[in-house]
Design a binder for this molecule. Structure first.
Ligand code: NAI
Length: 495
């Protein structure tokens, strides 16, 4: 269903189903609900116009409605072509008090199974607000909305019409062509569009490791246009969502996609950062033998100490039944690896972008046949030859993050931690924007939230789990040199 410029989702008829799920999710998201309780009356986000680009799931619906409850206006798109839950998108458009015939919620531009062209059109839609005003804040996951503004402004300032292709562009070539197409059309309709949008933007809060890498890169080169809060590196985000969230949603994705028994099999996990740790633990929990690969000696040693075999992919490629990439890096599983895998091996990625597995290379293998088993599950059959029988591998979500493509992403409770950080980040930036320029705390740099706020997010989730904290006596606090109320750890502590 679509009303141009107002929303574009699969079908508003799904709203009731979405609303039921949102209601249950609210019960599992005590952090977000506590922030509604704390700030609802004061409306600290009144005047905030937030452009959100983050997987349009049920949990994100609770985030969006929390921002609205705090006074914000919001427009939303997903940050992945496969990750939208259509019923959640519909429910957000309809809103808690509207009906499909009279939607009263938030403009959402997202559906499961977008093309890349549609994806970037949707990303553009969240940055185009009716009337004169544009967004004054971005809430990003992976940095695509932030990138569109930066790239658009670059072309506009240089007075260059974005070209169709750029010589020598190594990866994501097709996708970058699509992005430049969007920018070209924008320039044709309004030559100062990005200047106008960029002028109003007061900051971004970024959800994930990959998006944070992009932000630090922009800040280092002096190109960052506004302050950024790195939500990912709140302890209550990366040490929870990336690890425990993955521990839940990776097997969820594999099971919904394949229903192949994990126990007793061999699972290969590329990367042993936060996501890799959760992935390896999930496989072990199911009774698989897990092999990890790493480039970082510290993480490799951690994996070994945790009891995992650490090896190079090429040395074990014929052994494993599952291959999962968690590196945030590119070209990790390459064609030569896929050609050497066992018959019916399952290959998937759970890192942010789709360049960890060389899908373009796989497609180009002579004689290869792609069969859709069901949406987001494909069997790639390699013809017999070189003394080998015909064999196939199963690729999940076309190499895009499988926990959101094949399942519904992380569960609510862990996302309540991540999204409480998001809301606090938005509150911080918006409050700072209201200060006179000389009193502002945030410059065009990347910041983490202060540790007291990180600890606050954790506190908001203790009661629901029946956790009773021990309290420091003043003498104890004095002895270890921390305030009774925290923060309890120095900045360099690693948890
Ligand atoms: P991280 O930086 O903690 O871990 C990545 C690890 O991969 C590092 O230890 C690094 O040394 C290793 N690595 C890099 N290149 C490698 C290679 N060629 N072979 C083997 N290991 C290699 O990052 P984190 O937080 O674990 O995130 C990983 C990715 O997952 C990012 O793209 C992030 O945005 C994404 N992510 C996805 C989520 C999801 O729901 N699917 C949730 C959270 C993060």
């Amino acid at each position: 269903d679509e009303v141009f410029g107002k929303y574009k989702v699969r079908s508003l008829a799904l709203a009731e189903a979405g609303r039921h799920q949102i209601r249950l999710a609210e019960h599992e998201m005590p952090g977000l609900m506590a922030l509604r309780e704390e700030f609802g009356a004061a409306q600290p986000l009144r005047g905030a116009r937030i452009a959100g680009s983050l997987h349009m799931t049920v949990q994100t619906a609770v985030l969006i409605e929390t921002l609205v409850a705090l006074g914000a206006q919001v427009r939303w798109a997903s940050c992945n072509i496969f990750s939208t839950q259509d019923e959640a998108a519909a429910a957000v458009v309809v809103g808690p008090h509207g009906t499909p015939a009279d939607p009263q919620g938030v403009p959402v531009f997202a559906w499961k199974g977008e093309s890349l062209e549609e994806y970037w059109d949707c990303t553009e839609q969240i940055l185009l607000w009716p009337g004169e005003e544009g967004p004054n804040l971005i809430l990003d996951d992976g940095g695509d909305a932030t990138m569109l503004v930066h790239l658009g402004l670059q072309y506009e300032r240089a007075g260059i019409v974005p070209p169709d292709t750029l010589p020598g562009e190594p990866d994501h070539t097709h996708e970058m062509n699509v992005v430049r197409g969007v920018l070209r059309r924008a320039l044709e309709s309004d030559p100062l569009r990005w200047t106008g949008i960029a002028q109003q933007l007061g900051g971004v809060t970024e959800e994930t490791t990959t998006g944070v890498h992009r932000l630090y890169h922009l800040a280092e080169s002096g190109e960052l246009l506004f302050p950024a809060i790195n939500v990912n590196d709140s302890v209550t985000k990366s040490k929870f969502d990336n690890k425990y969230g993955i521990r839940h949603s990776l097997p969820d994705g594999i099971n919904r996609a394949t229903d192949i028994l994990i126990g007793g099999k061999v699972a290969f996990v590329a990367g042993y950062g936060d996501v890799g740790k959760g992935a390896a633990e999930a496989f072990r929990g199911q009774g698989a033998r897990v092999i990890v690969s790493e480039v970082d000696p510290i993480c490799a040693l951690q994996a070994a100490m945790d009891g995992f075999q650490v090896a190079r992919l090429e040395d074990v490629v014929g052994e494993a039944d599952f291959f999962i990439t968690t590196t945030g890096n590119k070209d990790v599983v390459r064609v030569e690896h896929m050609l050497a895998m066992k018959d019916k091996a399952v290959v998937g990625n759970i890192g942010h972008f789709d360049n960890e597995i060389d899908m373009a290379g796989l497609e180009a293998v002579p004689g290869i046949v792609k069969t859709e088993i069901k949406p987001q599950v494909h069997e790639w059959t390699l013809p017999a030859g070189d003394g080998r029988a015909e064999r196939s591998i199963i690729v999940l979500s076309e190499g895009r993050l499988l926990n959101l493509g094949n399942a519904t992403g992380h569960p609510s409770f862990v996302m309540s931690n991540s999204f409480a950080n998001q809301v606090i980040g938005q509150l911080e930036l918006f409050a700072d924007m209201a200060r006179p320029a000389e009193e502002r705390q945030y410059e065009r740099q990347v910041y983490r939230l202060p540790k007291v706020l990180d600890e606050k997010v954790a506190r908001l989730h203790l009661d629901a789990l029946g956790v009773r904290l021990t309290e420091l006596s003043p003498a104890q606090a004095d002895y270890i040199g921390v305030p009774v109320q925290g923060p309890y750890k120095p900045e360099h502590y690693r948890y």
